[in-house]
Design a protein around this ligand. Structure first.
Ligand code: SAM
Length: 195
């Protein structure tokens, strides 16, 4: 496996090897966002890539949305496409170094992009970044891949990672994935134990 540092991901953007990029917001996440009413929610999209989810949120009036990626290329691309997006809400930073408090964190292909050895660290970090009653919402692959990234997995494995810190875990097959990911994604709504 290549070292999955920011240089690795920057190269993928520079070489346009970005097969994961949907070119638009992922439909299950769009459906979730469309039923949200509180426009003041503080939202983080870590490993945002080109940030289609953030663009959708911002244009809908969720102006407390933050994007984070440790590769500068996708963040600069996002900034060019969204010049009104506040600069202080753009983070070119390692997810594991980020400090903040959020009501909602959106997971869209960051978990599958990190080294599986870091999965427990990921769940710990998410726990740290969520406010009391904050939620992690998004998608996890429910399929094994030969050589990652992406790295796959399954529900029981993921439950082992999340259950020590989170007491409310919804994790079910997404019904409205894009065609190539149909029946291979779990939609998750995972809520914080701190109350
Ligand atoms: C598979 S891409 C997904 C991008 C975007 N979420 C999407 O679905 O189009 C994974 C992204 O996570 C970023 N990434 C990976 N590990 C990271 C880390 N530790 N901190 C911040 N960003 C990270 C990469 O730079 C890359 O942009």
């Amino acid at each position: 496996m290549d070292v999955l540092n920011s240089e690795y991901w920057s190269n993928r953007y520079n070489e346009n090897q970005i097969g994961w990029d949907l070119g638009e917001i992922s439909p299950p996440i769009k459906t979730y966002i469309d039923q949200l009413e509180d426009k003041n929610l503080r939202i983080l999209i870590p490993g945002c890539g080109l940030g289609h989810e953030a663009e959708y949120l911002f244009n809908k009036g969720f102006h407390n949305t933050c994007v984070l990626d440790f590769a500068s290329e996708p963040i600069l691309n996002f900034q060019n496409r969204n010049p009104k997006f506040p600069i202080e809400q753009l983070f070119i930073q390692d997810f594991f170094d980020h400090v903040g408090q959020y009501d909602l964190i959106i997971e869209q292909t960051l978990f599958c992009a990190i080294d599986p050895k870091l999965r427990a660290n990921y769940t710990k970090k998410i726990f740290e970044l969520l406010k009391p009653k904050g939620k992690l919402v998004g998608l996890l692959f429910n399929i094994d891949f030969q050589n990652g990234p992406p790295f796959g997995g399954n529900k029981s494995e993921y439950l082992n990672y999340f259950s020590p810190n989170f007491n409310s875990i919804y994790m079910e097959n997404a019904y409205n994935s894009i065609k190539p990911r149909q029946d291979s994604e779990l939609f998750i709504i995972i809520q914080n134990k701190k109350v």
